[in-house]
Design a protein around this ligand. Structure first.
Ligand code: OXD
Ligand code: MN
Length: 591
């Protein structure tokens, strides 16, 4: 398959450690994919779904103890703890290789080792990085074929000595006491062992495209971010692009493919989805920031996805999709909580047990048919709104960067930072309140800077510094904004309708970028004047609009104390510019 000596030697080295029965190279062809799919169905690793209802779709269950990313078993392996900072788990590379090596040793006996060459970004683009994942899981192979560009074209591009990220994955015995997700930035390598759950094992995604890529991005002067990218075509036919970061459970995938409200569709608006999870962004010769989604697929959360919350996602997953840990019905269709339609009379739940909708657990709570983190893996090209620039080597120009969170009271619907530096401050203090779906006290605020807390591969204080420096290098930097779709009234009712209506805030954002919309200067940034938002067709009273746009000084002053405490975790490494921004915010709030 290749004359790349280092790649061949590394495959042999991994095989010597893991001792698979055979090695199969993934060429990216349909024929090989079909053959592997048939093998997975024969072994029971995949279940073929009703092909009339779900053409090209398959079903998979992970082990019960292996249903989400295991952040406490995820490490950055560097010689010194200080290099990974206070927000990452740390191990030395020696310890990492030793501990994982013991688990990998002989773990593939009786199994096949698949070699998956892949590209993040279109093959040959200046943005692109190449990787090779070794895995003993057919499920991983079939998911990777959806999520990234795989196969011979990548090997051809690598030639005899091209640089690639070494990604080694093994299921071992799926024992969570023998599970480790290790990153070795110095060696451009990832070792993941003991898991079969997507976020831990599709190593192109969180491990390479975020954790390792964030390290490379700092060195090479670009940004690897946990952001969606969407294009907004306005009535004049102009398309402008926005990159946006939100913590989990804030509707990132929904926003990436929103359907404009009726009045805005009539006006002539249209959405183009570039990506729903990861953005790689570079400064181009025009002094502006250009971004690209390095992936080709979506690994989305199924529960909560329905025709109201995300019609485009529902259309996307109709074909050629792998469903993981959802409910399987008798006639081989799928269902999940908060999906479309009534629950089936019976089915097999995500654990593989018989299920009926009236089942209750020992505490009287409904037994879930689908795991709350059940997933679909689906090609982005099937999304009705997918960008026509998917293979564009140059990416798209980013006009605005949005940070967001779920705040019942504090943050207004939308506001604009005063500068790039102030925008970085806003991103670094991003926070969300816990919902009932998460462990911990409801309403408690969790800081998640740039939504990168679990994904920044180095000291986050240095990451903030990198963001500040990127701003200094651009002559036409994107403007930075913050949004909050989740503001509530005193009775806990949402004030803003959300979903497609969010485009109204995005319209204001883009108009601000062009200097065409009014904003009031407040202590926290520019907030829309009530007239500057197009709310046609929305029955929003003046009082509600007022509340959506208010800045409560008392509440914000309390927020600054919380930020101060959070900043303390970074010690003296925290950039002075961010301390200055905090001081300026306090001053604006008290004068
Ligand atoms: C994801 C995540 O799966 O952010 O995208 O956890
Ligand atoms: Mn994500």
């Amino acid at each position: 398959m290749t004359n790349h000596a280092k790649l061949n030697a590394w495959v042999q080295e991994a095989a010597a450690m893991c001792q698979p029965d055979k090695i199969v190279w993934i060429d990216g062809s349909d024929a090989q994919r079909d053959q592997l799919t048939a093998e997975a169905v024969a072994s029971g690793e995949l279940i073929k779904l009703n092909q009339k209802k779900h053409p090209g779709c398959y079903y998979h269950r992970t082990a019960k103890n292996d249903v989400a990313r295991t952040e406490h078993l995820t490490y950055i392996c560097m010689p010194r703890k200080e290099e990974v900072g206070p927000t990452n788990n740390w191990m030395t590379p020696e310890e990492g290789y030793r501990r994982a090596g013991e688990i990998f040793k002989g773990s593939m006996k009786g199994r096949t080792l698949y070699v998956i060459p892949f590209s993040l970004g279109p093959v040959g683009s200046v943005f692109s990085k190449y990787g090779v994942e070794l895995t003993d899981s057919i499920y991983v192979v079939l998911n990777m074929l959806i999520m990234v560009r795989c196969g011979q074209a990548v090997l051809d591009r690598l030639g005899t000595d091209g640089e690639f990220t070494k990604c080694l994955h093994g299921k071992a015995d799926l024992d969570d006491k023998r599970r480790l997700i290790l990153h070795f930035p110095q060696d451009n390598a990832v070792w993941s062992v003991g898991s079969g759950y997507g976020g831990n094992v599709l190593l192109s995604k969180k491990c390479m495209a975020l954790r390792l890529a964030s390290c490379a991005a700092r060195k090479e002067g670009w940004l690897a971010e946990h952001m969606l990218i969407l294009g907004i075509e306005d009535p004049a036919g102009r398309i402008e692009y926005i990159a946006a970061a939100f913590p989990s459970a804030c509707g990132k995938t929904n926003l990436a493919m929103l359907i404009p409200p009726e009045s805005m569709t009539r006006k002539g608006y249209r959405i183009w989805t570039v990506g729903d999870d990861i953005a790689w962004m570079r400064i181009d010769t025009d002094g502006a920031l250009w971004g690209l989604n390095p992936e080709t697929g979506m690994f989305g959360v199924a529960p909560g996805t329905n025709t109201k919350s995300n019609p485009n996602a529902m259309a996307t997953i109709r074909r050629n999709t792998v469903f993981t840990n959802v409910l399987l019905t008798e006639n081989k269709t799928v269902w999940w909580e908060d999906g479309d339609g009534n629950p089936p009379a019976k089915g097999i739940d995500w654990k593989g047990d018989p299920w009926t909708p009236d089942m209750r657990d020992a505490n009287g709570k409904p037994v879930l048919g689908a795991h709350p983190n059940a997933r679909f893996t689906t090609p982005l090209s099937q999304c009705p709104s997918h960008t026509f620039r998917m293979e564009h080597h140059h990416g798209v120009p980013i006009s605005a960067i949005i940070f967001g969170g779920r705040r019942a009271r504090l943050a207004p619907l939308v506001y604009q930072s005063y500068s790039w530096q102030h925008g970085v401050f806003i991103g670094s203090t991003m926070a969300s309140e816990r919902t009932a779906a998460q462990y911990g006290k409801q309403g408690e605020v969790r800081r998640d800077p740039m939504a990168m807390l679990p994904f920044c591969g180095y000291n986050m204080a240095e990451y903030f510094m990198h963001w500040l420096q990127m701003g200094q290098q651009m002559t036409r930097p994107p403007k930075i904004f913050h949004v909050n779709w989740f503001r509530q009234d005193v009775d806990g009712q949402y004030l803003w309708p959300g979903y497609g209506e969010n485009l109204r805030a995005l319209e204001w954002i883009l108009a601000r970028c062009r200097g065409e919309a009014e904003g009031n200067a407040t202590p926290i940034g520019y907030v829309p004047t009530p007239d500057s938002l197009d709310l046609t067709g929305l029955n929003l009273t003046e009082e509600v609009l007022q509340e959506l746009l208010t800045v409560d000084r008392e509440a914000w002053l309390k927020e600054t104390q919380d930020i101060e405490e959070f900043y303390r975790t970074f010690n003296e490494k925290l950039p002075h510019a961010l301390r200055d921004e905090l001081a300026s915010l306090k001053r604006r709030l008290t004068t």
